[in-house]
Design a protein around this ligand. Sequence first.
Ligand code: DC
Length: 235
Amino acid sequence: MNQQKIIVALDGHSSCGKSTYAKLIAAELGYSYIDTGSMYRAVTLASMEALLFEKTDAPPMEEIEVLLNHIELNLKHNPEKQRTEIWLNGRMVEDVIRTMEVSGHVSYIAAISAVRRKMVEYQRMLGEEKGVVMDGRDIGTVVFPGAELKIFLTASLEVRTERRYKELIEKGMKAEFEEVKSNLAKRDHIDSSRADSPLKQADDAILLDNSEMTLEQQMVWFSEVYQQITSGTDG
Ligand code: DC
């Protein structure tokens, strides 16, 4: 069945498995996967490398706006690693943007309107021809309010902490359970309470709490929802 391409917007809280889920959905549909968090992380990395965070946790927005004019982001598919990677000014930074230092500063950068404007513009261009699964915080509310399928993914703070903690330990990083939990709660709070494009469920998004679900169960759920949404849009 050759169905018309749609946009799948996947928003939700930190560490609830959005990117794993989005990648699987993209593979299932033969769509591109776009991780918008990686863009905010890359801008954060650029700010750190320009030493803007050297003396303060809140560098002046004007300095970040100036830096923005010198930032070029690209998403490229790496066939060897079977993944999409983000490039910052000609350098592949997909791995280095995942450090704790970048995670510690990214919410500040993501709250700056000039940064969001530039990222949203790029995201809209990437989704222009549809056939994308885009994950983030504001995809269904701001980037693509007209997306055909919007999912708002969440899980309890306890479950998200356990998943994140396990991930860090598996990567050989030092982590304290309570510290991971308070970091997550803090990021949720900053992301949900910022003035520009706060994290919130779009009115027409479907809520999925995956606290008690396996990935297989989430995919079964997705297939049912996808069938409902696309029946009648066969091309
Ligand atoms: O999904 P992530 O944890 O890699 O996102 C990193 C940060 O970027 C997170 O604090 C929220 C922010 N973000 C955002 O504000 N809007 C998006 N569309 C995606 C991420």
